[in-house]
Design a binder for this molecule. Structure first.
Ligand code: NDP
Ligand code: ZN
Length: 349
């Protein structure tokens, strides 16, 4: 059986968002029902619902940065009880049995993980995301929001936080490492805070210096403008680690030049266009170019606990359900400090 909740939905890539009712399944024995308090806007929501990554399934509700309170639990649920403060990110299920799932890397499930939206669910429906009043999720994919974090500032951690935390952890970024975070948007501003908390010497590479003051407040030692004449030549060989969050296509070779020999560039930004690379830019200096895909659930909980212990949260602009179309245009223009979060109580206005 199902129940109805209010949600923001688009019926096509071009249509505006509208408030409507969607169906959620009654909780199965291992599901929790979450009353959503805050939902972050990730650039992936925009790529998806504007059909930039391929054919999305419409009508569609997006949103995979979800924070809220447990309002009901299935009979077999052991991790959570009604009233718990919880978060859900980009995943709501996976096979649980393959090598990757057993290794706590559910994002790389060999039998395809179930994404929080626009993904084929275990019950044959297409998943609908967090721009909504409630969501029903298998308890294995729900994290605890530590007491020190409020819902608004915690929601973006469920995607932007884990997506930057995982490669910083994977490449063991530590005190004194020279780290560049490229693109100061939702992901980038989390990357700066997390790398700085690890003791790294953090430089923000932004298109201009407009965000330099804010970057310093987040813990960056400096901001450099990549649009400056001769920039990539002037700063060649400076960094141990580069994390690129750029959402549009760019010249990878330019950024690889900025690495020290044996340095690592991890890309998390996923531009819709294909990008090419001359292999000489990897071979010279023995450089590493790698990607990173969100992170597993265990690591997501570790990231939430790390952020709470360090006093790190997202820097947000709070908006109502009727402001989302305009917010999307501002995200695409790089004009958000640094994450929009939808106040879901405005569904009732
Ligand atoms: P934002 O739009 O908030 O930030 C992206 C930043 O990229 C902008 O702030 C801007 O930084 C920079 N940028 C944008 N366009 C250009 C351009 N043409 N040239 C150079 N820099 C540019 O997006 P998010 O942080 O939400 O997401 C970033 C990307 O990461 C998206 O592609 C998203 O889909 C992807 N993503 C990937 C995940 C993964 O698991 N790998 C998970 C989540 C998101 P500035 O203004 O400082 O120059
Ligand atoms: Zn995301």
């Amino acid at each position: 059986m199902t129940f109805k909740v209010k949600a923001l939905q688009k019926t096509s890539p071009e249509a505006p968002f509208q408030v409507t009712e969607i169906e959620r399944r009654d909780p199965r024995e291992d599901d929790v029902v979450i009353d959503i308090k805050a939902a972050g806007i990730c650039h992936s929501d925009i790529h998806t619902i504007r059909n930039e990554w391929g054919q999305a399934h419409f009508p569609l509700t997006v949103g995979h940065e979800i924070a809220g309170v447990v309002s009901a639990v299935g009979d077999a649920v052991t991790k959570f009880k009604v009233g718990d403060r919880v978060g859900v990110g980009c995943l709501v299920n996976s096979c649980g049995e393959c090598e990757q799932c057993r290794n706590h890397q559910e994002q790389d499930c060999l039998n395809r993980p179930v994404g929080t939206y626009d993904s084929l669910d275990v019950d044959g429906t297409i998943t609908q995301g967090g721009y909504s009043q409630k969501v029903v999720v298998n308890e294995r994919f729900v994290c605890t929001i530590p007491d020190g974090l409020d819902f608004d500032h915690a929601a973006p951690l469920l995607c932007a936080g884990i997506t930057t935390y995982a490669p910083i952890a994977r490449w063991n970024i530590k005190e004194g490492d020279k780290v560049a975070i490229v693109g100061l948007g939702g992901l980038g501003h989390m990357g700066v805070q997390i790398a700085a908390a690890k003791g790294a010497d953090v430089t923000v590479l932004s298109r201009s210096l407009k965000k330099a003051e804010a970057a310093a407040e987040l813990g960056a030692h400096r901001t450099l403008a990549t649009s400056e004449e001769g920039f990539f030549k002037a700063h060649r060989g400076e960094f141990d680690f580069i994390l690129s969050t750029i959402s549009a296509s760019y010249d990878l070779q330019d950024y690889l030049r900025l690495l020290k020999p044996h340095g690592v560039m991890a890309v998390v930004g996923l531009p819709p266009e294909k990008m090419s690379l001359g292999l000489g830019s990897l071979i010279g200096g023995g450089k590493v170019l790698t990607g990173s895909n969100i992170g597993g659930i265990k690591e997501t909980q570790e990231m939430l606990d790390f952020c709470a212990s360090k006093g790190i949260g997202a820097v947000i602009e709070k908006i109502g359900v009727h402001d989302v179309d305009a917010a999307y245009d501002r995200v695409v223009a790089g004009d958000v400090k640094f994450r929009f979060v939808i106040d879901t109580s405005t569904f009732e206005e």
